[in-house]
Design a protein around this ligand. Structure first.
Ligand code: SAM
Ligand code: SF4
Length: 336
């Protein structure tokens, strides 16, 4: 049974791995990180070789989609070596999709290389089209550079989806501008409800919280929204805007329960496997990786054991007007 696919206790096949390759980032988005983040010592992080071993083990166990995230994945030194290594699984057909979520700041440099490695789509996070607001929310980002990154990605033939975190009193006023800007560039747009992750200082999340039900109602005042049946096994739901042809996604982990179709697990840059984004339960895969450099059997056994603990669902809940179910780690640690 060593090559049997991963099926969790609720009969959900695990076919999607989200892998954080670094906790570092060149931005400090206010909803994600504190201004003065302390990053992990390098020896804590999985090496590129360890990332290859663990990713390949998951692919051997039936994972068909691999999304690289972080922190900012493209600030990890030599990360293209890892992408090049993973492209062999696309070539053999063992992997359907290799993709990444990025803030776009390094895409001008790497878009061509990513396309050459078989990456076909990228998610780029961008919350505002106002340069000053962009620098404020990212605490250091340069909007023009990110726009050049988007251009480079499209020129390299990558399909771009924009991810925006929905923030009241921030980008609510840009709903239509962002929609039309994306439409003009043939990009889909997904909105993410802000989640209670990590201790990020003084931000009051209840002040920022913009429910996507409200966002969707506002969109419907201007466009015809056709719900799409498409499901990715995750928390996203999609509509098509008939006037632009664009797909708009809504990621609402706080207000909708999507857990019954969950097909994914997340691995942190230190090798901790989280079976659920909203739960603390995790398994250490770095130990079997490092203790057995010449055999992946203990690693595979640890993965199988971990999947038997995948919980039925998460506990996020804003309904009592406080961020219950808050988990203490940062999004940059687990990867969004
Ligand atoms: N640095 C890359 C980026 O920004 O795309 C990848 C990592 S980032 C943690 C992944 C996604 O998580 C981004 O789209 C970001 O906007 C989102 N994110 C970060 N903190 C969040 C929070 N507290 N609530 C909801 N989404 C969050
Ligand atoms: Fe960096 Fe992405 Fe977090 Fe922003 S959301 S601080 S870009 S990891």
């Amino acid at each position: 049974m060593s090559d049997a696919p991963l099926i969790d206790p609720f009969q959900r096949p695990i076919t999607y791995l989200r892998l954080s390759v670094t906790d570092r980032c060149d931005f400090r988005c206010t909803y994600c990180m504190a201004e003065n983040m302390t990053f992990l010592p390098k020896k804590e992080l999985l090496s590129l070789e360890e990332l290859d071993r663990v990713s390949s083990a998951f692919i051997g166990l039936g994972v068909r989609k691999l999304r690289i995230t972080g922190g900012e994945p493209l600030v990890r030194r030599d990360i293209m070596e890892y992408f090049r290594a993973m492209s062999r699984h696309l070539e053999t057909g063992a992997l359907d999709e290799l993709t990444l979520t990025t803030n776009g700041s390094q895409l001008e440099r790497f878009a061509g290389d990513l396309a050459a490695c078989g990456v076909r789509r990228v998610n780029i996070s961008l919350d505002t089209l106002d340069s000053q607001k962009f620098t404020d929310i990212t605490r250091r980002g340069d909007l023009d550079k990110v726009k050049r990154g988007i251009d480079a990605a499209q020129s390299a033939g990558l399909r771009v989806k924009i991810n925006a975190v929905a923030l009241k009193n921030f980008n609510d006023v840009e709903l239509f501008d962002l929609t039309e800007w994306c439409a003009a560039r043939d990009m889909d747009l997904t909105w993410i409800e802000v989640m209670p992750m990590g201790d990020i200082g003084n931000e009051d999340r209840l002040d920022q919280y913009w429910p996507l039900t409200d966002l969707r109602d506002q969109l419907a005042t201007r466009y015809t929204l056709t719900p799409l049946a498409e499901r990715t096994g995750g928390p996203a739901r999609y509509v098509r805007l008939e006037e632009t042809g664009q797909k708009i996604g809504f990621i609402t982990p706080l207000t909708h329960n999507f857990c019954e179709s969950c097909n994914r697990v997340r691995l942190t840059c230190t090798g901790e496997l989280y079976m659920c984004l909203g739960q603390e339960d995790r398994a250490d895969l770095r130990e079997p990786l490092r203790a057995h450099p010449d055999s992946d059997e203990p690693l595979v056994a640890a993965i199988r054991e971990a999947i038997t603990h995948k919980p039925k669902g998460h506990d996020f809940d804003y309904s009592r007007q406080r961020p219950d179910g808050q988990v203490s780690r940062h999004m940059s640690h687990t990867g969004g």
